[in-house]
Design a binder for this molecule. Structure first.
Ligand code: FES
Length: 541
């Protein structure tokens, strides 16, 4: 068996090394592999609807040293919006994206542009008081207007459509919560009304309707907005993974950006910056897309479990797709992943006359302990980073509001929304290591719990099977692909040492503790980890 390294390209255009352990192929085997890979590309797993229906981007890699006013790590909705806002203020910005802009978390969302975040306003009013709940509401409505104005001003073709948003229930015990949410939302100035007709193809008991909301194509929007940034001392770099940083400098494998401030627009700040790994917890959610012939004319989510969120997208040929997200689960917990995918597939096909499921992927979100995002300086003593995290699955408007706030802070302006979002409002939990240890134990149980079959060597792995193994004392995460190639890496997450779990839809190793994701070869998809999973030792093969 030979150690081989070849380069492949993901659907998002990211180049990566594959085949670390593989037998020497014959021409016949190569032909067979090609046929099998062609077949694999037509399965719905790890196919992200938005990323496959948007043109590829081609921003340069960062080479050499660049100076800017603000360095922004991450090219999703937070990073690109912040960059656009700062450029409007005359600032020089450099966006540094490890993979491709708009194709990670933003490109895997349902992309609802709405201030209706399920029934959050009664919770916020209770936890933060009416005034700050009103600020949250105002930030979301401003974000809706900002997305519309940016798309219109720059002529971004991102399929933006005005829609009403509905949060509904079919469970009698939730009706009073719906009624309460309407009362609070109206008092906060939101466009809310109580209805019992929604356009859904089934009866509901009560619903909140927010008018004048919208939906769009997130990958097209981010790519279009990113294209407006280069020039006038501003840059967007792709395929440039950050390997080191301090509050005034960012270093990649081939270059660096020196700046007055650094924005961490990386979903969760990298590694242990600000201690947010202990303040926001990760949730994975299953998402599917299929053609539907009974399309509802709005955006919907229910309150009770299991969760069903749906919106539509109409393609140029008139085909309408239903995009459905389901109940959140702990990353890497494969039992729940299977259960909730099955649930939303049944729900979509039985209610909306859906064709075969064509796209199936997993997204991740972070939720804060008090339900509001953390946005702003990571430290109150002037030595911090600008950060944004904990959007609780409502990242399109929260991410846009974050861009507006971070741009204000980087230019010395005040922003009243900080009264609710202030990222220093809760001190990192003392005893972080204990928190991590406990999570590590949970993760270990979780991983060993779902693997009813426990192969002891790679030879025992069936094609398409993944396993966490203990080989010669090593914790090994192994996957055997349909061609018989074994992809084996350490199962110990490089962030803080939890054991990763298997994401069978995307074929990634996901960490249940703080949400880092790694590909089959251990490369980081997104952090907080920044280092790849270690290679399994050759003698463990
Ligand atoms: Fe923190 Fe894995 S993401 S230990």
């Amino acid at each position: 068996m030979a150690n081989r390294e070849t380069v492949s390209e993901d659907r998002d255009g990211t180049k990566r090394i594959i085949n670390r352990f593989s037998p020497e192929p014959t021409n016949f085997v190569l032909l067979l592999l090609g046929l099998l890979e062609m077949k694999m590309t037509h399965t719905p797993e790890n196919r992200t609807y938005w990323n496959e229906t948007a043109a590829a981007t081609a921003f340069p890699r960062l080479f050499g040293d660049v100076n800017a006013d603000v360095a922004i790590i991450g090219g999703g909705i937070v990073g690109i919006t912040t960059a656009r806002m700062l450029k409007d203020m005359g600032q020089a910005v450099a966006v540094i994206e490890a993979r491709r802009v708009g194709r990670q978390v933003t490109g895997k969302s349902t992309a609802k542009i709405t201030s209706q975040h399920s029934i959050i306003y009664q919770t916020l009013e209770q936890k933060f008081g009416e005034d700050r709940a009103r600020l949250y509401a105002g930030a979301q409505e401003s974000a809706i207007r900002k997305i519309r104005s940016l798309a219109a001003h720059y002529g971004i073709d991102c399929d933006i459509e005005t829609k009403s948003a509905y949060t509904y229930t079919r469970d009698r015990t939730y009706v009073s919560k719906i009624e309460k949410e309407v009362e609070v939302a109206q008092r906060l100035g939101l466009p809310a009304s109580l209805v019992n007709q929604t356009g859904l193809p089934f009866d509901i008991l009560a619903a909140i309707r927010f008018d004048n909301q919208a939906q769009f194509h997130p990958t097209k929007y981010i790519a279009g907005l990113a294209k407006t940034i280069p020039g006038d001392r501003c840059h967007v770099f792709e395929d440039s993974r950050v390997v080191d940083w301090d509050p005034a400098r960012v270093v990649t494998d081939r270059g660096s950006v020196t700046a007055r401030y650094v924005v961490m627009a990386t979903h969760l700040p990298l590694e242990q910056v600000g201690g947010y790994y202990a303040l926001a917890y990760p949730q994975a959610e299953p998402v599917i897309a299929a053609r539907i012939s009974r399309a509802p004319n709005g955006m919907y989510i229910n309150v009770e479990q299991p969760s069903h969120s749906i919106r539509t997208h109409t393609q140029q040929n008139g085909d309408v797709y239903g995009i459905v997200a389901g109940t959140s689960f702990k990353p890497g917990h494969t039992d729940d992943e299977r259960k909730y995918f099955q649930d939303i597939e049944h729900w979509l096909t039985s209610n909306f006359d859906a064709g075969p499921i064509e796209y199936r992927w997993v997204n991740e979100d972070y939720s804060s302990m008090d339900n509001a995002p953390f946005i702003g300086w990571s430290s109150s003593i002037g030595d911090g980073y600008l950060v944004a995290t904990g959007f609780d699955a409502w990242g399109i408007t929260n991410g846009t509001a974050a861009g507006m706030i971070l741009a204000d802070l980087a230019t010395g302006k005040e922003n009243e929304w900080l009264k609710v979002f202030d990222a220093t409002r809760v001190k990192p939990i003392a005893g972080g290591p204990q928190f991590v240890r406990e999570n590590a134990e949970v993760a270990a149980q979780l991983v060993s719990g779902y693997l009813s079959r426990k192969p002891k060597s790679f030879d025992e792995l069936a094609p398409g099977e993944a396993a966490i193994m203990k080989i010669d004392g090593q914790n090994v995460a192994a996957f055997k692909d349909e061609q018989g190639r074994v992809h084996a890496v350490s199962s110990v997450c490089t962030h803080m040492g939890c054991l990763v779990g298997w994401n069978e839809t995307d074929r990634t190793w996901d960490c249940p503790c703080h949400g880092s994701r790694f590909d089959l070869n251990g490369e980081v998809i997104h952090g907080p980890a920044t280092k790849p999973l270690a290679m399994a030792l050759p003698d463990s093969r």
